[in-house]
Design a binder for this molecule. Sequence first.
Ligand code: ADP
Length: 300
Amino acid sequence: KGPDPDVVAIAERMATVKHKILVLSGKGGVGKSTFSAQLAFALAAMDFQVGLLDIDICGPSIPKMLGLEGQEIHQSNLGWSPVYVESNLGVMSIGFMLPEPDDAVIWRGPRKNALIKQFLKDVYWGELDFLVVDAPPGTSDEHISIVQCLDAGSIDGAIIVTTPQQVSLIDVRKEVSFCKKVGVQVLGIVENMSGLCQPVMDFKFLRMTEAGEQIDVTEWAREHLKERAPEFLSTIACTEVFDSSRGGAEKMCREMGVPFLGKVPLDPQLCKAAEEGRSCFVDQKCGVSAPALKKVIDKM
Ligand code: ADP
């Protein structure tokens, strides 16, 4: 039996891609797509040629997070063209192909597999330093497809995003085990939503009554602080939202022998940047999360 022609075609396409990175998570909603998007922005800002491929077929959020909602893919004689944020940052997602953004995509494995194959075979990326692949949560059809189509050995590695809760960490173990089984190196684990941090000035102050009512006393509290402790208003306050008393991701990494890449706090400004499709690195707004993300990316 000769080599699979699809695999040969994909290998030819991928010959111009230097590094391939998978972004995985055990659960949904932990910030995997946010991380993929910001990683792509960061690499592009370092002047690398970057491609971001969204294979979360049932819930593609990458177009929105890159500010590309409503854009369409164009076909040229070289293949499908990615949608470009900048000349060195191209994006491909099924989100660009849906006629109605609110339509549910209800596909079985073979159809998902066929689309992923087509993405890899037909998208003309040109020369890329990095192809970042944003996968859906878990270990399902899409993951098996991407690893088989790309050939696990040609993937530089996977980054796994988690939150500090045990329910998320348990599923990270499954992701690590998946990577080991299919032969993809784990580049490391990122603990996202690791505490809520923001300037005290941005907090809302509420007084709870015994009847369970919330009374907004923000104005009063700020005035009070301005008079008594003005320096306090410009400090950043953090609180652990999720229980990480059992050591969180860092401890798990030590146990599993995989690198820990760092913690990124919950930062309302990062959420805003993601909602608006912006890089969190360009202005000083994401003062809490951008340096943490940068540290993680430098460690990769
Ligand atoms: P996933 O891809 O894991 O399903 P998303 O990246 O879509 O998760 O993130 C879920 C939501 O949480 C999004 O609204 C995103 O902007 C927000 N979010 C993710 N990480 C952070 C963070 N560190 N601080 C604030 N909001 C975040």
